[in-house]
Design a protein around this ligand. Structure first.
Ligand SMILES: [Zn+2]
Length: 319
């Protein structure tokens, strides 16, 4: 008999939930919108209601006994307090696991979404069976997760692996975190669009001049068609990613770095530049050792990672 858990990925826009078994097979999915208002109680009730729908739907075949939530926030490992939640600010300072647990009458645990994605890729994806790996998610922002010797590394307060906020350009662009020149400002989907717009005056013949809503996807398509502006934008992104990775490689000597998230779809336009910049800057031994791989689990990385954490957990939960 397989064990089952409820696993969820709470994003700024959507709440996706699934019943997952201990082989990583998703047996049922539920999806709803994340409440747009600033009301914390509404987030709690939306999660609990969606969980109940999911549980009702699988009632005949599975009995999940806990809920594992991936959230875009830093979670303090020792007491479950959410210490930083820029995408869903109403979670700041809350104990979401306790509150959902009360509403649902089931143990609930929390994990940062990029950490969960790293666990998911390490369980069933690109870094499967690798002991020391890093996962970087290139989306609207840039997230990171670190697996050290088979264990997720959270740091003392749960804020570790904020790879998107490593400085790679000291006097660079201001970042939402308060610093400037962070990797996120040069390697996220948002940054790709901004960098392309900044380059428009240098490339009067670029096809992107006719693009009213430039985004990472349209820039990628232009690049595939040979557009010089688009190609330069992705090379620039790869250059900055390579600088960031060289620091990580020198620091942690990982076996694999997995790169996922929507903007990783531009892989063939930035990977060469990323690799060559890494090789120029990192120590030779760890640079030769590390494999740079595309993520394989797509949007499911966070849910599967959350499921894995709950399946492996021996704790009785926070209820
Ligand atoms: Zn930052």
């Amino acid at each position: 008999m397989n064990k089952h858990v409820l696993a969820a990925d709470l994003g700024g826009t959507n709440l996706r939930m699934a019943v997952v078994d201990d082989t990583g097979t998703v047996i049922h999915r539920c999806r709803t919108k994340t409440p747009a208002s600033g009301d914390y109680a509404e987030v709690v009730s939306r999660i609990a209601e969606t969980a109940k729908q999911c549980l009702d739907a699988v009632e005949a075949t599975a009995s999940p006994t806990r809920l594992s939530l991936a959230i875009p926030s830093s979670v303090r490992p020792y007491d479950g307090m959410i210490v930083y939640s820029p995408a869903i600010p109403q979670l700041n300072g809350s104990r979401l696991a306790d509150d959902v647990s009360q509403a649902l009458r089931m143990p609930v645990t929390l994990e940062n979404d990029a950490n969960a994605a790293a666990v998911g890729e390490n369980w069933l994806g690109a870094s499967k069976d690798v002991r020391t790996s890093i996962c970087i998610t290139l989306g609207t922002g840039v997230g990171g997760g670190i697996i050290l010797n088979g264990e997720l590394y959270r740091g003392v307060d749960g804020t570790a692996a904020e790879i998107g906020h490593i400085c790679i350009e000291p006097e660079g662009r201001k970042c939402g975190c308060g610093s400037r020149g962070c990797l996120e400002q040069y390697a996220s989907a948002t940054a790709i669009a901004r960098m392309a717009e900044e380059l428009l005056p240098e490339f009067p013949n670029s096809i992107l001049h006719g693009d009213v809503s430039i985004n990472a996807h349209s820039i990628y398509n232009a690049g595939k068609g040979g557009d010089d502006l688009a190609l330069k934008t992705f090379r620039r992104m790869g250059y900055y990613l390579g600088i960031g990775l060289s620091g990580l490689v020198n620091l942690l000597n990982p076996e694999v770095i997995v790169i996922g998230g929507g903007a990783s779809a531009g892989w063939d336009l930035f990977a060469d530049e990323m690799r060559s910049e890494l090789d120029k800057r990192a120590f030779q031994q760890p640079a030769e050792r590390v494999k740079l791989l595309r993520a394989v689990l797509g949007d499911d990385a966070g849910i599967l990672g959350a499921a894995r954490l709950a399946l492996n957990s021996t704790a009785v939960g926070t209820a």
